[in-house]
Structure formats: structure tokens, C-alpha cells
Design a protein around this ligand. Structure first.
Ligand SMILES: [Zn+2]
Length: 282
């Protein structure tokens, strides 16, 4: 595995702290729910505060991630010209589907559906909330770096996350993607974009993970590898849900990044125009 630029490592750490920090603050609010009284009514009073926590973390994550793009390109020795700059505030309240306030009420449903004692039910809701908040913040960062990459001449990206990988992510590591290709995120694996100029030789990033860097291989898969099978064939034939590009909104809903990528295709100027029109770029 080729090591990525310092600035990408730093971004990875910062985004992880950002999303975990927001998740923890949200969890503290959740822990005030319980005892007598309706959980939903109690939680609804806290939701505006939680929405503010999430929104602030999303704006910071977006700003850090977008700001990392020129820096990471500089680090590789192949800087590229920025055509426009991301507007981080656009990522406050960023969600994939439903509005943030609706999304944030879901832990109550999770808690009510959970089994066990009241405390166990509330704990299940809390775990759900933590995962959800951390994904919302990480998504805002990834969406913003995707937009900044689109708004940078001749730039695409390579997926970065540290080893060991899960077998769904392993085949994506070290692969170059065009700016218009959405990030296939895996909620428990907080990978980030490593921006890469078209001019950068692939030896700077292209790599295939070793089998011992894949953490969740089954015994049967390990045996197949020991018998000489190809790692990617082994992980791709495993029965798991294919990852779709995520965190960039519904492709059918006008104005989402997914919709913009679909409209503009490989035409970077068209993507920049649309991103600007919908407020993602200043
Ligand atoms: Zn993964």
C-alpha cells in the first residue's frame, strides 16, 4: 500500500474526530430522555439542540474536507487550478433523504422497537443515534470534498482509509475515480477522498491490498486464497450487499449532488455551473 499524502492522513483523523465528537454530544442529549413521560415528547424538546450540534459539525467537516483538496494535490506534486470554492454552510442540515429534524426523531422509534428493559431499549436508541450522527457529519465532509474535486481542473480522487479493510471496501482502495463518480460509503468505515490529479502517475496511489489487510475474511475465503485464488474474485463473489454511491442525495431529486453528477456527466464546467446554481459553490 502506497502511503497517502500527510494532509490526507490529517484529514482522515480530523473527520473521524469531528463525526465521533458530534455523535457523543448528541448521545449526551439522548441520555437525558427516560423515566416517566413520553420519550418522543422529551426527545422532541432536545432535537433543535441536537440539530444545531449536527449542523455545526457538518459545516466544519465540509470546510475541512473542501480545504484539504488543494493541499492534498500540492502534497502529491500535481497541484491543479480551482474553478470555484465550496460554500461550507450549504452542508448544514445535510441528509441523504428526509429532512434533518425528521431523521433525528428516529432514535425514539428504534428504542421503542428494541427488546429488553427500558434501559436496554433506550441504549439501543442511543447507539442508533450515535451511528446516524457520525454518518451525517462524515457524509457532509465527503460530499463537500466531492464538490471541491469537481470544481478543480483535471482532478479525480482515490479512496483512502487505513488498513485493515473490510472486504466490501478492500476492492475500492487505491482505485482512481472520476470527479463525477459518487463515493460508495460504508457507514462503519469512515473512508475519505484522496484528491488526485489526472497528471499524477498511478504509482503514487494505485495498490491492491494484501489478503492479510482484509479483516473479515471467512475461513472458506482464507482457504481459497491459500489455494491461490485471486483476492478480488474471492471478496466479490461473497454474498454481501453491493455498495451504492451514498451521502450525495437522491439522483432523481433536482439539485442534489447525485442529480448534478448525473446531469453533467463528465462535463466539469457543466457540473460547476450547476453546483454554483444550487449554492454548493461560491
Ligand atoms: Zn467497509
Amino acid at each position: 500500500m502506497v502511503s497517502p499524502p500527510e494532509s490526507t492522513l490529517a484529514l482522515y483523523g480530523a473527520q473521524l474526530r469531528r463525526s465521533n465528537g458530534a455523535a457523543l454530544l448528541a448521545l449526551h442529549e439522548w441520555q437525558l430522555v427516560g423515566g416517566r413521560g413520553d420519550w418522543l415528547a422529551q426527545w422532541q424538546k432536545r432535537i433543535p439542540r441536537v440539530a444545531a450540534i449536527v449542523g455545526a459539525a457538518q459545516v466544519t467537516a465540509a470546510s475541512e474536507a473542501a480545504g484539504n483538496v488543494p493541499e492534498a494535490l500540492e502534497d502529491t506534486g500535481f497541484p491543479e487550478r480551482q474553478l470555484a470554492v465550496v460554500e461550507p454552510k450549504r452542508f448544514a442540515g445535510w441528509t441523504e433523504h428526509a429532512p434533518l429534524l425528521v431523521v433525528l426523531s428516529s432514535p425514539v422509534i428504534k428504542a421503542r422497537m428494541a427488546s429488553g428493559s427500558e434501559d436496554e431499549m433506550l441504549a439501543a436508541g442511543g447507539r442508533w443515534l450515535e451511528r446516524m450522527v457520525s454518518t451525517l457529519v462524515a457524509d457532509a465532509g465527503r460530499a463537500a470534498s466531492g464538490v471541491q474535486i469537481a470544481a478543480t481542473e483535471d482532478t479525480g480522487w482515490v479512496r483512502y482509509e487505513p488498513a485493515p479493510y473490510c472486504q466490501r471496501c478492500a476492492p475500492l482502495v487505491g482505485k482512481w475515480f472520476r470527479h463525477s463518480q459518487g463515493f460508495q460509503r460504508h457507514p462503519q468505515c469512515p473512508a475519505v477522498h484522496r484528491p488526485a490529479s489526472r497528471r499524477e502517475p498511478p504509482r503514487g496511489y494505485a495498490s491492491r491490498p494484501d489478503p492479510d489487510q482484509v479483516k473479515d475474511l471467512t475461513e472458506a475465503q482464507k482457504k481459497a486464497l491459500a489455494d491461490g485464488a485471486d483476492l478480488f474474485k474471492v471478496v466479490n463473489s461473497h454474498r454481501h450487499k453491493r455498495m451504492e454511491p451514498a451521502g450525495i442525495g437522491n439522483v432523481n431529486r433536482r439539485g442534489t449532488p447525485a442529480w448534478i453528477y448525473a446531469q453533467a456527466g463528465d462535463d466539469r464546467a457543466a457540473a460547476v455551473r450547476l453546483f454554483r446554481q444550487f449554492g454548493y459553490l461560491k
